[in-house]
Design a protein around this ligand. Structure first.
Ligand code: ZN
Ligand code: ZN
Length: 288
């Protein structure tokens, strides 16, 4: 689900009617071979099941199905059942989507934009409690609160209210869409094994008041002082102030670059800033 394309994406469209089953901002990358759509070429088709990934060809969709199926099918049910009930129980927004649908799509973009910040913060956390934290049995709950008066910046739609770790749900009782998503992620756990420093896959479950939330898996590696810096304590405040101020990272030319989202025409576009400039403007030191 989270491909390199998710991290390289620098331009985000606002949500408008006519795209009810998924985010408008699904990266233009084939999830199987990782080629990116040449500019000017027609968009790669979106998977009609989950509506969250693209393929350059029918052959690559078929070749990827075994890997993709555990994620795609629960996501399809989630789209069909949960989004429908959300539609039924929410007022229309000026965009033509319901208020809650808009929030779900905005949450998806927000998570894509802040994934690097979050993954560094989670590495700090796992490092801090390294002998008590069993990644396979625990997951993170990240509580977000909607900002109704935001300026439309996709990196600032929510504020962070809390981060807490929790046990994975027990398997008695009918599975909720979140249970299904988490168990699908668990199947990806071993797919990173063999990568140097890999310690496990951490499931991050985003909660937004009154919404079903979404799950993103983050691969966790051995704590790296060169990358993460010597200071582990204070990771929560630094993560929160980065996210609340809309400071994001994008993977550009193989390196992580900090910056902010700036409105250009109808789109929001990443603008790189130096760490010094970000500190001068926001009083925030980025997390590594
Ligand atoms: Zn392909
Ligand atoms: Zn799919």
């Amino acid at each position: 689900m989270l491909s390199a394309g998710s991290y390289e994406q620098t331009s985000f469209k606002p949500h408008v009617p006519g795209n009810l089953a998924g985010s408008r901002n699904v990266p233009h990358e084939c999830i199987h071979c990782h080629i990116t759509k040449p500019s000017g070429a027609p968009a790669f088709p979106i998977c009609s099941g989950c509506r969250l990934v693209r393929y350059c060809s029918r052959e690559h969709q078929t070749a990827h199905w075994k890997v993709h199926k555990p994620f795609c099918q629960p996501q399809k049910h989630f789209n069909e059942n949960t989004l429908q009930s959300v539609r039924a129980s929410s007022e229309m927004a000026p965009s033509g989507l319901t208020v809650k649908e808009e929030m779900i799509f905005q949450e998806d973009d927000f998570c894509r934009l802040h994934m690097w910040t979050l993954s560094v913060a989670m590495e700090c956390l796992v490092h801090e409690v390294r002998y008590q934290f069993v990644i396979k049995k625990r997951f993170m709950r990240i509580g977000l609160e909607y900002r109704p008066n935001g300026d439309g910046n996709p990196a600032k739609t929510f504020t962070v209210k809390y981060v807490m770790s929790d046990d994975l749900p027990d398997e008695s009782g009918p599975p909720t869409p979140i249970d299904v998503q988490i168990s699908a992620m668990a199947k990806q756990y071993d797919s990173y094994v063999g990568t140097p420093g890999y310690r496990g896959l951490l499931n991050c479950f985003y909660e937004v008041e009154g919404l079903p939330g979404s799950v993103f898996p983050i691969p966790i590696y051995e704590y790296n002082p060169v990358r993460n810096g010597p200071v582990v304590s204070g990771w929560y405040d630094r993560m929160k102030s980065m996210m609340d101020n809309g400071i994001v990272h994008r993977l550009l030319g193989g390196a992580w670059k900090p910056g902010v989202m700036v409105k250009k025409g109808k789109k929001w576009v990443f603008q790189e800033r130096s760490r010094e400039a970000l500190f001068a403007e926001f009083g925030v030191r980025v997390l590594y």
